[in-house]
Design a protein around this ligand. Structure first.
Ligand code: NAD
Length: 484
């Protein structure tokens, strides 16, 4: 099928590359000429594993091209995806300016030559399907087309659930495809588009193997409004699940339980599931905060105050502060101290710095007159470009970040950090303090390497010792024995 994807960000580029891989003929459109120029050269505008190879493969097969001009591509396409940004406004609601511009331009480009489906892939508040339809009609009207009565189109909502860092695999092997539409014609076109994905009738691309158990992808057809709600509800739930793990970890620290063991114990319950239960420095990224705020805003518009959604935002904000508290507990004074950050990206395998916890941590430390050094294998150029105000000293290696620092903080769990020589790092430091914000290392191994180690929700006592020492009662002659 002929497909146009509007927006070549994290979602649009991956969607375009994967649809082309499935055999569709795709044009990706963006208003940013520098992105389009890079894509035409076969370069990905973002760091995302396997994406560049997919784009180059698609270009070699002649299944993809890139443009700054929407009109021609949209006129020739049967399916037009809107994958532009929906960043938050100060009040929490989604900024729909990019969507509105895209929808009007689609309307202006349409003619009566075929039936088209316009698909909202951007995360948009409930009611946006209707808004997009109205804007398309206005765009058709503005273009003063003589054939406007013959122009037929449908609007679908097809929320995206990919995770940055494994976006190609998530797009080719999704847990489900959600399609919201008001009419059967629109649904039928979308079913046809996704048929190769649903049936998994394609050879996996190099380096992106199909999960062994995957035979068919579930396709859930819903109303437009339900599809829009599914996306917000999914992100709100995931944010809440991580927040829950962090809350329990904070309690574990106080009672002397090991949070990683507790999470394994609850994650084995099939009703809970093991994923998204890793305690850490809090979630970040472009979606969770934005989407939870937007859902809270929608709820308020309808007169409902969601205490749970608000709590998950509050818990996350407090968790980011936890790193500062741990540094204060170890060093007392942070003024004039040098803190090395390992990792800046909001998660591994991405260069995305949007709402990254590292930014909050660096900001707080700098406000407190500490010095901040940082190393990240991929995200340093983005961080430098997006936050020139942060006086971070960027380092060429983890060792350089550790050198002469008073403490080292693991902020992002990059795979390559797992194999670091901890002894070598500890020797380079002014004081070998390690705040492991992602529970990447075993406390005993870090201690053996010479570190004063603290993780998130981790019990500092060795396995086999009392989970909590029993204090002698007032006046007792001898201390009570430890319970083993
Ligand atoms: N990033 C993710 O992991 C992710 C996952 C699921 C859903 N989403 C949602 O998908 C949407 C896109 O997210 P993203 O991270 O890809 O955004 P992004 O900011 O990386 O990319 C958006 C792109 O759209 C382009 N654009 C804006 N207006 C345009 C127009 N009128 N015509 C053509 N191009 C235009 C911008 O130049 C930019 O390149 C958002 O609503 C987001 O919430 C994102």
């Amino acid at each position: 099928m002929r497909v146009t994807v509007i927006g070549t960000g994290y979602v649009g580029t991956v969607t375009g590359a994967c649809l082309s891989y499935l055999g569709h003929r795709v044009t990706c459109v963006d208003i940013d000429p520098s992105k389009v120029a890079r894509l035409r050269r076969g370069e990905s505008p973002i760091y995302e594993p396997h994406l560049e190879e997919m784009l180059q493969l698609a270009a070699r097969r002649g299944g993809i091209d890139f443009s700054t001009e929407l009109a021609e591509a949209a006129a020739e396409s049967e399916v037009i995806f809107i994958a532009v940004g929906t960043p938050p406004l100060p009040g929490g609601e989604a900024n729909l300016t990019q969507i509105e511009t895209a929808a009007r331009s689609i309307g202006a480009a349409m003619d009566g030559s075929r039936y088209r489906v316009v698909v909202n892939k951007s995360t948009v508040p409930v009611g946006c399907g209707n808004l997009v339809e109205t804007l398309i009609r206005e765009g058709i009207g503005d273009a003063l087309r003589t054939d406007r009565r013959d122009i037929r189109f449908g609007v679908a909502s097809n929320p995206e659930f990919l995770r940055e860092g494994c976006a190609v695999a998530d797009s080719l092997y999704p847990d489900r495809i959600v399609l919201g539409a008001a009419d059967e014609n629109t649904l039928q076109v979308m079913r046809e588009l996704y048929q190769p994905l649903v049936a998994q009738r394609f050879a996996p691309p190099p380096g992106v193997p199909r999960p062994p158990s995957l035979r068919e992808v579930k396709l859930l057809a819903t109303t437009l409004t339900s599809a829009e709600m599914i996306k917000y509800a999914a992100n709100a739930f995931l944010a809440m699940k991580i927040g829950f793990a962090n809350e329990i970890a904070n309690i574990c620290e106080r009672v002397g339980a090991e949070a990683t063991e507790v999470m394994t114990g609850i994650g084995l319950d099939s009703r809970i599931g093991a994923k998204f239960l890793n305690p850490g420095v809090g979630w970040g990224g472009s979606c969770f905060a934005k989407d939870v705020h937007a859902l809270l805003h929608t709820a308020r518009e309808y007169g409902y105050e969601s205490k749970l959604l608000q709590a998950s935002l509050d818990v996350n904000a407090a968790q980011r502060q936890m790193v500062i508290q741990k540094l204060q507990e170890k060093l007392y004074i942070l003024k004039g101290r040098t803190i090395g950050l390992l990792g800046l990206a909001f998660k591994p395998d991405t260069d995305d710095m949007r709402d990254a916890p590292s930014l909050h941590i660096a900001e707080r430390l700098l406000q407190m007159d500490a010095r901040v050094k940082a190393y990240d294998p991929i995200a340093m150029p983005n961080c430098r470009q997006q936050r020139p105000d942060l006086r971070i000293r960027y380092c060429d290696s983890p060792l350089e970040a550790a050198r002469d620092s008073d403490a080292l903080v693991v902020v992002t769990e990059w795979q390559q950090f797992r194999s670091l020589d901890l002894e070598e790092l500890a020797k380079e430091m002014a004081t070998p303090i390690l705040v492991d914000g992602r529970n990447l290392f075993l406390p005993a191994a870090a201690a053996a390497a010479g570190f004063d180690y603290t993780g998130i929700g981790r019990c500092p006592r060795p396995r086999g010792a009392a989970s909590r020492p029993i204090r002698p009662e007032a006046g007792a002659a001898a201390p009570l024995p430890l319970i083993l």
